[in-house]
Structures are given as C-alpha cells and as structure tokens.
Design a protein around this ligand. Sequence first.
Ligand SMILES: Cc1cc2nc3c(=O)[nH]c(=O)nc-3n(C[C@H](O)[C@H](O)[C@H](O)COP(=O)(O)OP(=O)(O)OC[C@H]3O[C@@H](n4cnc5c(N)ncnc54)[C@H](O)[C@@H]3O)c2cc1C
Length: 367
Amino acid sequence: MLDRRRFVSSSALALGGLALPGCATTIARPSASAAPTGCLPPVDVSADRVIRTVAGLRPYRASGFVVRAEALGDKRLVHNYGHGGAGITLSWGTSKLATELGLPGHQGPVAVIGAGIMGLTTARLVQEAGFPVTLYTAALPPDTTSNIAGGQWSPFGHYRDDAVTPEWRAQFARALDYSWRRFQIMIGDDYGIRWLTTYAESGGDPGPADTYHPAAARLSSQDHPFPVDNVVRFDTMYVETGRFLRQMMRDIHVAGGRFAIRRFASPAEISTLPERLVFNCTGLGARELFGDTELHPVRGQLAILLPQPEIRYAFTGEAGYMFPRPDGIILGGTFERDEWRAEPRAEDIARIIASHRRLFEGFRCTA
Ligand SMILES: Cc1cc2nc3c(=O)[nH]c(=O)nc-3n(C[C@H](O)[C@H](O)[C@H](O)COP(=O)(O)OP(=O)(O)OC[C@H]3O[C@@H](n4cnc5c(N)ncnc54)[C@H](O)[C@@H]3O)c2cc1C
C-alpha cells in the first residue's frame, strides 16, 4: 500500500535545509484553530458506493524531474517532465523554472508539447510573459494522467534521496516555493482548489511543523477518532484536478492560445515546427520521444465513492489515502513500479476498499 505518510515525517530532511524551524510559531494558522478535534464524521465505505475506478501511470525518475534547456537544430528546447507522484504539487513551480530558462532573449511564438498539468501551467506562464502560444498534444484533458491524480499538495514519491544532486535539490526548493504560493492565490471553486485539514499516520517520528505544514500538530488519541497510533494533523491544499485542468484550458483560450492535436514520434518531427522555442511537457511520453530510459511508470489505482459533502478532512496512512472532493471521495492507492497497464485491477480495488472500510468502521467516536 502507498506510504504517503512518510512525507510528513521526512519532508524537512528531503528539502535539505529548506525547512524554517521558526515558522512553526510565526506562520498564521489558517484553519487548524477551526479544525475539528475529537470526533469526525466517517466516510461511508462500501463496494456499492463506488462510482468509478481508475488507474494512472506516474512519470517517475529516481534522479528527479527534468527542467533543462538544450539546442534542437536552430530551436531552443526546454524540458519539463518526470514529476512522479508530485506533478500536481510541483506544476506551477517547475513550469516557472522552465519558462525562466526558455524565455529570456526569445522573440515570437512559443510551442508547448503536452496538455497535462505541466503543459497547461507552462503555457499560462508563457502567455503571462507576453508570448503567443500553441499547445501541441496527443491528448487533451480529461484524457491525461493529470486528470487521474488525487490532487493533494504534497511533494510525495518523485525521486530517490541518494540519486539527486545538490543542484537538483535547489531546483526542487525553488519549484516548491513558487507552487505553494501560486496555488494559494487560486483557492476557490473556479479552479477547484481547497485547504483541508489532513490527518496522517506518521510512523512515530518527531514533530512535523515546517513551511509546508502550517498548523501541524501531533495529536493525542483524544484528539482524533482514527483507530491508529501516531497521528499528525496539518493543513494543505487539494486540487480537484478535472475542474482545475478544464479552467486552465479556458484561461489559455481566452488569452489567445491555440490547441493542436498532434503526436510527435521523434525530436526530428519537433524540429519541423514553426516556433523556435519549444517546451517539452510530455510526462511519461518523454521516455519514448526523447529516449529517457530513466523514466519509469509507477501505477496508482483509485476507487472513487459517491460524494459525501460532510467529509471535510483528508487522511493518509497505512490503510491508503482518502481525499474528499466535490466529484467524489477519492480512495487510494497503490505505488506499483514498472506497471505499464493503466487499468485498475479488481483485487487491488477490493483491497483499497476493505482497508478504508476497516479504518472508518473502526472510528472510536463519530460526529
Ligand atoms: C493515481 C495517481 C495519483 C496521483 N496523486 C497525486 C497527488 O495527489 N498530488 C500530486 O502532486 N501528484 C499526484 N499524481 C502525479 C501526477 O498526476 C503527475 O505527476 C502529473 O499528472 C504529471 O503531469 P504531466 O503534465 O507531466 O503529464 P500528463 O498529465 O501525462 O500529460 C502529458 C501530456 O503530454 C502528451 N504527450 C505525451 N507524449 C506525447 C507525444 N509523443 N506527442 C505529443 N503529445 C504527447 C499527452 O497526451 C498529455 O497531454 C498522481 C498520479 C497518479 C497516477
């Protein structure tokens, strides 16, 4: 089962000095004071409440995402791919880094390849900088991996600690900082971005408060109903991915952007584009298109239950994860390396449902 909870305890370490200990006391606490303590309404988990099941392939690279510029004939090509299980979280940030690499000194129209969250955020930043943009893509939302993502803002599952360089860590830190701030100014129903109190089983590690876990606190068993030990509570953002991507496409259209359905088989085909600056935002597609064999799929499977509007908290832990969204209660998940079939398997879905059912039926009290 997926171990998202590890992020909570290891984030300060993973960010390599980025965590600001002082913030624990100085950061405003947006909702923890209003957060429910003690009892919570449980999620009603049963197989007959499942409205759909999905599986997607995370574009994972042990040495982390690629944001890099190179020459392609007379063009500048800027890569922005390989974000593993954190592409929603990192999107605005690495797209910002990519545009900072590509745009200085450029004149004229710009091409973006791919219309998942990386392509759409890159295209918007290109437009915001004043350039006309065309998105070339094999598929549009809702047929992208980005549509499948649960949408927790959490830099989880996208690199291996011993495989990244200090330079990459610096990119990561800058990307997180921009993304964190950019998503916050888009909170609301139009983009489907919300703050939610999150309960995470944390493996007994010490306190978690840092920049990206405002209002974090370790809870005693009276302060939560979950039948598990070592629970940490913090606030983070959640993105209703379908709604967000739809709104981003509208924004790009309104600003004069064009979409063209086109699949590229090789860099040579990309060289025939009229634009002299090209952003590669093809996710897992970059493996075949650019021969990046370091890129591997990590499959994730989800069961989505009927919406339950009274559920206004999220959970991550041994049982998996539960993110409540207006379009359904998202139950995850799996983290299956080198599985290429983007299809849910009945036995895995049954396991996800059973583990969450045990969790919520085991509530020590209910609200
Ligand atoms: C089950 C699951 C849960 C997840 N949960 C989270 C989460 O909670 N939080 C989080 O931050 N992240 C999460 N992720 C990770 C996130 O979904 C990915 O990191 C992110 O979607 C990658 O975005 P992308 O734009 O790079 O790729 P994609 O969304 O795959 O978009 C790639 C685009 O490129 C196009 N393309 C590909 N090849 C070509 C080609 N040869 N020619 C032309 N176009 C091409 C495709 O058609 C598509 O439009 C999750 C992923 C899964 C599977």
